[in-house]
Design a protein around this ligand. Structure first.
Ligand SMILES: Nc1ncnc2c1ncn2[C@@H]1O[C@H](COP(=O)(O)OP(=O)(O)O)[C@@H](O)[C@H]1O
Ligand SMILES: [Mg+2]
Length: 254
């Protein structure tokens, strides 16, 4: 079974940027060429694909709608599992060094239990084909409580310098117990850090009992790339945020 790592945190903290940079680091490391990697964009305001510079035409949301419709239109003896799996294969984007799945829009109204149950089974099976699955999740814990995200080896909570960002991490840790959300480790990445405030942020995190795995500096290059829509995959290696991501990847043991 491969490792599964999800990135979460409140909106705008840099979940997508951190996810993209972790992926960038892994695929630029020649010693990891054989690693089979699946990236999943689980945010309905999907933008991981943009950060990766990948064009996506179909999402799991579309597939879910198709399956929901097909409940009424396909012959009763159709093997839904097989049909769903073939659909998943259609929407999987195969890049050189990794594959990408985009969750897309959430389910519409009505009962999607049947389709979601199928989806869960298929996702688990798909993930087991990879050495590493890296998931960019939206803010909030709905995905986890609905179990549309598998059990995790590590949950990375991205926060900015604000106390609020850190208490989000604390809340996720505390709520996850009640949600029966399974992860082996919870790490915090403090993003867009300025040198003047770094010590204070680390101190606060320590007081809250949070394990900080990295402090990513505010990076003009990154901001500029996002401003004009250039993929973060193409960030130069000497960008400060890229250098720090190297440390994070290494601490993750990837
Ligand atoms: N280390 C960083 N340095 C500078 N700007 C950053 C950094 N990380 C993220 N940003 C900027 O912050 C904004 C939000 O980042 P994003 O990754 O989209 O957040 P999220 O996915 O959490 O909503 C983007 O405009 C991005 O360019
Ligand atoms: Mg995002």
């Amino acid at each position: 079974m491969g490792r599964v790592i999800a990135v979460t945190g409140k909106g705008g903290t840099g979940k997508t940027a951190v996810t993209a940079m972790i992926l960038r680091d892994l695929i630029n490391d020649s010693s990891k060429k054989t690693l089979r990697i699946l990236a999943i964009d689980a945010d309905p305001d999907a933008n991981l694909a943009d950060a990766l510079g990948v064009k996506v035409s179909k999402t799991i949301g579309d597939m879910r709608e198709f399956m929901q419709q097909s409940r009424y239109t396909t012959p009763p003896d159709t093997d839904k599992q097989v049909l769903f799996e073939s659909k998943l294969f259609e929407i999987l984007v195969e890049e050189n060094a990794y594959d990408l799945l985009v969750m897309g829009k959430p389910e519409g109204s009505g009962c999607y239990c049947f389709v979601n149950n199928l989806l869960r089974g298929i996702m688990d099976k798909t993930i087991s084909d990879y050495d590493l699955t890296l998931i960019d999740t939206p803010a909030g814990l709905e995905h986890f409580s609905r179990k549309t995200i598998p059990d995790l080896d590590a949950l990375i909570v991205v926060t900015d310098e604000s106390r609020r960002g850190l208490t989000t991490a604390e809340r996720i840790r505390d709520m996850s117990k009640g949600l029966d959300m399974k992860y082996k480790e919870l790490y915090v990445v403090v993003n867009k850090v300025t040198p003047e405030r770094k010590e204070k942020v680390l101190e606060t995190a320590k007081d809250l009992g949070l394990k900080v795995i990295g402090t990513v500096p505010y990076d003009q290059n990154l901001a500029k790339f996002d401003l004009v829509g250039d993929p973060l995959m193409n960030l130069p290696g000497d960008s400060p945020a890229v250098a720090e991501t190297r440390q994070i990847v290494s601490k993750l043991g990837l």
